[in-house]
Design a protein around this ligand. Structure first.
Ligand code: FAD
Length: 434
């Protein structure tokens, strides 16, 4: 079998699925000429049908009682990402009862108390915003975006790309016995991107020698719709509020410590977590399995190849300490949609190098800057003792002392200021989560 498209997006994670739906809605390319390709699409379709039947059996938008437990992988979405998801038609497809708005963020150093004056505290009220963003489940984001793509008339192909060859006229993609042709291929196939490898694009990598332990927990005290982050010598610990009243933890720790923590029985792990979080939410209890993700910084040296653009984790993997990874990917998606829309208006080939270069120029430096900033934060603030620890604690205190600096940082993190694609600045979202 063979099929011909204008654009094939490889990878149906949150970024790839959102890109495909944005292109179908905003690039001017006929939606039926846009395909999303990933091996799990058939399973996702079946699961989504099952989930929607289960939801209809209760009430859509009801509280968490009786709802399935939160997924293990969640992301803190910036306002800019919410706008992009809105433009992709995905935001309105999310189950708002499973989103958790966070209204505050408290960041402090291990050498200072959690309620001391040196805590860096961002508050939505200070920005006259209802919240600082939402914690969303990664799989739900992907499901919402591919459903939006399908509704817009785009194509879903459940398969794995096994080879790629570009020539002057297009790209030939091998998927087992099937061949797809496209004028442009978008590589959104994650951190271990094969598309990037096929293009021979080099990576700037740095091994943090840390792993992030991800788990869901119950806490004795309410999370107060606050994202908490404590910098320890072994790496940052984040507690992100979840819709069911619990928290998702992202505990970045040196590899040896992470291995030790992963091997502990659940109760011992919780006791270590209580101490590491300075008991800020009281006693904790593990509610899920633990997952350890080895941490690396990875930046593709180029974002484009002949008729190919890379985005999301295929293009950059950053330290999770500021929760920016998927947010950067959504900005990539918006920038690509805008570059292609301009090309279509000018009747240009969407795979032309000139067009793709516009996308790369919009994103390469911004992504690199963010990636280096995350590494610097990790290096500076993960010092517990001595002069370096003292300096790190004072620096956080200094950043939090003045309202004007707090507002500047918070507006940047929310994606409310700085250079960003127009699709990230769109109008009011259809509805907002509680
Ligand atoms: C511990 C941790 C916490 C994080 N927290 C946050 C946070 O709070 N906020 C935030 O913004 N980011 C966060 N991130 C980063 C975020 O999780 C990632 O940036 C995001 O999931 C990347 O999405 P993606 O769609 O680019 O890639 P993925 O989700 O990895 O999707 C890749 C897709 O490609 C498909 N694929 C792969 N190979 C092929 C092939 N050959 N053919 C076809 N399809 C293929 C896969 O099946 C999949 O569909 C965190 C990361 C970690 C590790």
């Amino acid at each position: 079998m063979s099929a011909d498209f204008d654009v094939v997006v490889i990878g149906a994670g949150p970024v790839g699925a959102t890109t495909a739906s944005l292109l179908a809605r905003h690039s001017g390319i006929a939606p039926e000429r846009i395909a999303l390709l990933a091996p799990e699409l058939a399973t996702l379709t079946a699961n989504a049908a099952r989930d929607s039947t289960a939801r209809n059996a209760t009430t859509r938008g009801a509280t968490a009682h009786g709802a399935a437990a939160p997924e293990l992988r969640v992301s803190a979405l910036s306002r800019a990402s919410e706008q992009i998801l809105g433009a992709a038609g995905a935001w309105e497809r999310l189950d708002y009862a499973r989103l958790c708005a966070y209204e505050r963020m408290r960041v402090w150093h291990a050498s200072t108390p959690a309620d001391g004056p040196e805590v860096l505290c961002f508050d939505a009220a200070e920005l006259a915003e209802p919240n600082l963003g939402h914690i969303a489940e990664n799989r739900a984001l992907a499901l919402a975006a591919w459903a939006a793509l399908q509704e817009a008339g785009g194509q879903l192909i459940s398969d794995r790309a096994t080879g790629m060859h570009s020539d002057e006229d297009g790209v030939q993609l091998q998927c087992g016995s099937t061949t797809l042709r496209a004028r442009l291929v978008v590589g959104a196939d994650g951190a271990h991107s094969q598309v990037r490898e096929w293009l021979g694009i080099g990576m700037n990598s740095h091994d943090y020698r840390q792993s992030a332990i991800v788990a869901n927990i119950a806490t004795a005290k309410p999370h107060q719709h606050t994202a908490w982050q404590r910098f320890l010598a072994s790496g940052p610990l984040a507690l992100l509020p979840l819709f069911d009243g619990g928290c998702s933890i992202v505990w970045s720790a040196d590899s040896a410590l992470a291995e030790e923590l992963m091997a502990l029985p659940a109760a011992d792990f919780a006791a270590r977590l209580d101490a590491a979080s300075d008991h800020v939410l009281g006693r904790t209890r593990l509610c899920s399995e633990r997952l350890a993700v080895p941490l690396q910084r990875r930046m593709a040296q180029q974002l484009i190849g002949p008729r190919v653009a890379l985005l999301g984790d295929a293009a950059h993997v950053v330290h999770p300490l500021a929760g920016q990874g998927v947010n950067l990917g959504f900005l990539d998606a918006a920038a690509l949609a805008e570059a292609l829309a301009a090309a279509v208006r000018e009747r240009e080939d969407p795979g032309a190098t000139r067009v793709l270069r516009g996308y790369e120029q919009a994103r390469l430096a911004h992504n690199a800057l963010m990636s280096v900033a995350m590494s610097a934060f990790n290096a500076v603030f993960s010092r517990e003792s001595g002069a370096a620890g003292w300096f790190a604690a004072r620096l956080l205190g200094l950043a939090g002392a003045r309202a004007v600096t707090r507002r500047w940082f918070a507006r940047r993190a929310l994606g409310l200021s700085g250079e960003r694609p127009a699709l990230a600045r769109a109008a009011q979202l259809p509805r907002s989560a509680a």
